[in-house]
Design a protein around this ligand. Structure first.
Ligand code: NAI
Length: 466
């Protein structure tokens, strides 16, 4: 255990009880360490209260609305009378509160000391909670896990009623008639998808030349095509210059001067780390544009101080936060775990259709290994029985090294987020197409499309033209 000789109240003091912080606390307690977990708001953080869980509940309600609206496609006579946002929000809140209760009970059962209030770093591995005269907690290790918050941009002032962050969007009590979504990243695409399913006119304005720019360009193209088919206006290559509220809504000015108007504006231009006013500078913790600088074992430059989750540069995803938290707990306990590799962290955008991936994009693989060393294969979901039953379009794209392992899997289509588990096993275990090809996939599932793609790469395509 690190800093064994250090006098402290706890083995671990964790500042922030979101995905990274609470996972760290839970694992550390499991390993027999004493833990204080400091939280100013609610256990569970962004993911549980204003992120992953409530937005995915909205997206599920959106899927139900689409199923009703499109029921005749399947020969079922149902009509969509409308969206009762109070009902949707009650369903969503029910999901959140059940999980919150479960998490609270779990944390309690592991003997973790939860300290409610705003914490500030006031000394080496020391946190003071609740102002200067507050409770002082010292740890042999201090874990910074304060997460992230919506970023703003100059010229666009969020007012919480017409110009919204994703936090505000979640508490809307109505379906807007029209929305401009500023930013075509993950949050922008998910909210655009929900609002379109609920009947709003939606325009996405994205500065770069494609939606979900962190994904393989093929996925971006497929998503944009599907969104346009759904009636979502997609304006890529359109940086927003400014936005203002008007008598009946908002007006967004694009670079070049063009105006786009709507009832509401969602600002989804990324999330920034919450690291100001924490006392980090005084404690000697180095930050870079607000992110805490760490080595691959998530150690800051200050002895005994670690950082996890969205505070650390890289992917801002709840499951990466869990993995960071578990890693730090195990490392502190001396288990010598493997560091978390962002490349192997799966990503899912839960829009309709979904976009999911793990590993390298084609471009990244070519840049890392050279053009001649990379081979790709695209399997169209048109050949997959289950995809046809669901009436979804999309594809599986594999990126492999020639005579080597599969290094990237990129998926587009309804429900393909569920396939990323198999994809990450393939990429994480550095499987070759020949390793995957003999594995029998259940029929009819969309997993078969992954199997078929590997069969094709192994030189024995079944339901595909060779
Ligand atoms: P993002 O970084 O994914 O996308 C922001 C987009 O805004 C970028 O494409 C950027 O080019 C664009 N943009 C920035 N300035 C602009 C301007 N002036 N005009 C037009 N476009 C502009 O960030 P997002 O969507 O806000 O999400 C934040 C974080 O939360 C991400 O890291 C994301 O991965 C994570 N998240 C993950 C989810 C999931 O895993 N399903 C769901 C929601 C969020």
């Amino acid at each position: 255990m690190s800093h064994e000789g250090v006098e402290a109240d706890y083995d671990l003091v964790v500042l922030g009880a979101g995905s990274g912080g609470y996972a760290c606390a839970l694992r550390a307690a499991q390993l027999g360490l004493t833990v204080a977990l400091v939280e100013r708001d609610k256990l569970g953080g962004t993911c549980l209260h204003v992120g992953c869980i409530p937005t995915k509940a909205l997206l599920h309600a959106a899927e139900v609305a689409d199923a009703a609206r499109e029921s005749e496609t399947f020969g079922v006579r149902a009509t969509l009378d409308g969206i009762d946002m109070d009902g949707v929000n009650a369903y969503r809140d029910g999901v959140v509160s059940k999980l919150f209760k479960g998490l609270t009970g779990l944390v309690r059962s592991r003997g973790i000391t939860v300290v409610e209030g705003e914490g500030r770093v006031t000394g080496p591995r020391q946190v003071t909670v609740g102002g200067a005269d507050g409770q002082v907690l010292t740890g042999r290790t201090l874990v910074l896990a304060t997460g992230s918050r919506p970023r703003s941009i100059p010229g666009v002032e969020v007012d919480g009623s017409q110009v919204l962050t994703s936090d505000d969007a979640l508490s809307l009590d109505r379906v807007p008639a029209s929305v401009v979504v500023l930013g075509g990243g993950v949050i922008g695409c998910e909210f655009a998808s929900v609002w379109r399913s609920f009947g709003a006119e939606v325009t996405i304005v994205e500065a770069l030349d494609r939606l979900v720019p962190a994904e393989d360009p093929a996925s971006s193209t497929a998503l944009a095509r599907a969104f346009r088919k759904r009636g979502i206006t997609v304006r890529t290559g359109s940086p927003v210059q400014s936005a203002k509220t008007t008598d009946d809504g908002i007006a967004v000015t694009l670079e070049g001067g063009e105006l786009v108007e709507a009832e509401l504006l969602l600002v989804a231009v990324g999330r920034e780390p919450v690291s100001d006013h924490l006392g980090l500078e005084e404690a000697g913790v180095t930050t870079d544009r607000g992110y805490v600088v760490v080595d691959e074992r998530l150690r800051t430059g200050v002895e005994g101080v670690r950082a996890v989750g969205d505070l650390v540069p890289g992917l801002q995803l709840a499951h990466r936060g869990f993995a960071h938290g578990i890693f730090v707990a195990e490392d502190v306990a001396g288990l010598d775990p493997q560091p978390v590799d962002d490349v192997l962290v799966p990503k899912v955008t839960y829009s309709r259709p979904e976009v999911a991936s793990v590993g390298l994009t084609e471009d990244a693989a070519r840049a890392a290994h050279g053009d001649d060393a990379v081979q790709t294969l695209v399997y169209d979901l048109g050949g997959n029985g289950k995809s046809q039953i669901l009436r979804t379009q999309g594809s599986v794209k594999l990126v492999r090294l020639v005579d080597g392992p599969v290094v990237g899997v990129h998926l587009v289509g309804e429900r393909v987020g569920e396939l990323v588990g198999e994809a990450q096993t393939i990429v994480g275990w550095e499987a070759h197409p020949d390793d995957v090809a003999p594995l029998v996939h259940a029929h009819p599932t969309q997993h078969e499309a992954l199997g078929e793609a590997h069969l094709a790469l192994a030189g024995k395509p079944l339901h595909a033209h060779s």
